[in-house]
Design a protein around this ligand. Structure first.
Ligand code: PLP
Length: 415
């Protein structure tokens, strides 16, 4: 039921999907001049190694040994077959999940936090700023910063800062300095967009400080491809030639990219993005250039967007409340290579609870979106009497999201 890769078989390169896309990605544009941004524009915010990865056309990028040494604390992660869920559904589908919840912060996010901290440290940077919604990314970056001896300042969306103390405590335990955003408007509940603005503004104004983003950008998706590369090898160990379908929930697109990008060249593998109906960027947004943040300090990206001033309702899957999507994911959806669908949160919690009562673990509310789609696909396979291999990314655990489960279980969840 479970396939562990030997440590020696952990990927030593990241997979770059860009050469496999139908056309070149359109470049990010400068927020003021609206000209393509160059390395000089990005240098106040990011180390040169990451700027180079952002635009690389190389098919693979080597993972530094120092990064591999840290990833080995929890990687390779297990590939597990969800046989109890299969039995409960009575489906002929074989459901496999890649368990990214086993990392120290409990999600896939340290796969990129660790290399980002490493490259900043190697280029002489002493401090990082970032934003966090519910606290998943802030805790991943606080963890990675602690291991590389960097200071980490996290602007946390005020509503979460006030309502979700445990992730703040986790960040502070790893040495992170957590402040509520927006800093200049204490009555505002904040959003990911305002927190990005705060973090970018501080990094741009201090020479010792860079900014770090947990999703959306090409280099972030690149770092996450360890997930899909490992999963490919593990599926072979499980005796599967290939999955028929690969599923991930989509906020900015990093865990989805991580599991699915290595399968893009395999044309007969379906790829699926799952998002909330309350923040339906891929299924309800428009493809256009839009600012990465609310205030308009960050570059314009070619992506599906609901508008940079869109403030999503306060659903419990905080990681899926972003107004845009990764340009790479946007390009795949636009070209028809990837499908997208949306669910209201009550349907995703129903699926998450079904999971907990069959497989045992409690998924993050974000992960519940992927599980919802997997259950529906497995039921469709049952209807058709079709054997089908479904792979999905179990992006994180929900043990710090129990108040959300409390609302669902006591009928207080609104869609
Ligand atoms: C942050 C997060 C997400 C959403 O972010 P992506 O960049 O779309 O992956 C999904 N699941 C979990 C557990 C997260 O922490």
């Amino acid at each position: 039921m479970r396939w562990d890769l030997p440590e020696a078989d952990m990927p030593t390169t990241w997979f770059n999907v860009v050469p496999h896309l139908e056309g070149p990605l359109e470049p990010p544009l400068h927020p003021v001049t609206r000209e393509p941004v160059g390395p000089d524009d990005l240098a106040p915010l990011f180390p040169m190694a990451l700027i180079a990865q952002e635009v690389t056309g190389e098919p693979y990028v080597e993972i530094p040994g120092e990064v591999l040494d840290v990833l080995r604390l929890w990687r390779p992660t297990p590939l597990v077959r969800a046989t109890r869920l299969e039995a409960a559904l009575g489906t002929p589908a074989r459901i496999y999940y890649k368990d990214e919840s086993v990392s120290p912060p409990g999600s896939h996010k340290p796969n990129t936090a660790v290399p980002q901290a490493f490259y900043n440290k190697s280029e002489g940077i002493g401090r990082l700023t970032t934003e966090t919604g519910a606290g998943q990314w802030g805790s991943a970056l606080s963890f990675a910063s602690a291991l590389f001896g960097l200071e980490c300042k996290v602007y946390m969306v005020r509503a979460s800062y006030e309502q979700k103390p445990y992730r703040r405590v986790l960040m502070e335990t790893w040495g992170g300095n957590v402040v509520a955003s927006p800093i200049d408007d204490p009555g505002h509940p904040g959003s990911l967009g305002t927190a990005i603005s705060d973090a970018v503004r501080e990094a741009a104004s201090r020479a010792d400080t860079h900014y770090s983003l947990g999703s959306v950008l090409n280099h972030v998706l690149l770092h996450q491809t360890v997930i899909g590369q490992e999963a490919k090898a593990q599926l072979r160990l499980a005796g599967e030639e290939r999955p028929d379908l690969v599923v991930g929930c989509c906020g900015g697109g990093s865990n989805l990219g991580g599991i699915s990008l290595p399968f893009v060249p395999d044309r007969d593998v379906r790829l699926m993005a799952v998002e909330p109906t309350s923040c339906p960027t891929l299924t309800g947004g428009r493809f256009e250039y839009d600012f990465g943040d609310t205030a308009g300090f960050a570059p314009l990206l070619p992506m599906y967007t609901l508008g940079h001033d869109f403030v999503p309702p306060p659903i419990h899957a905080g990681g899926l409340r972003y107004h845009g999507d990764a340009p790479i994911i946007s390009a795949l959806v636009r070209s028809g290579r990837m499908e997208a669908l949306a669910y209201p949160q009550s349907k995703t919690f129903e699926a998450a609870v079904t999971w907990a009562r069959t497989q045992g673990t409690v998924p993050a509310p974000e992960t519940g979106h992927a599980i919802r789609a997997v259950i529906d696909e497995a039921l469709a396979a049952k209807e058709e009497g079709a054997e089908r291999v479904i792979l999905f990314n179990y992006s994180g655990h929900g043990l710090l999201d129990l108040s959300a489960y409390d609302s669902y279980l006591h009928g207080q969840l609104v869609d």
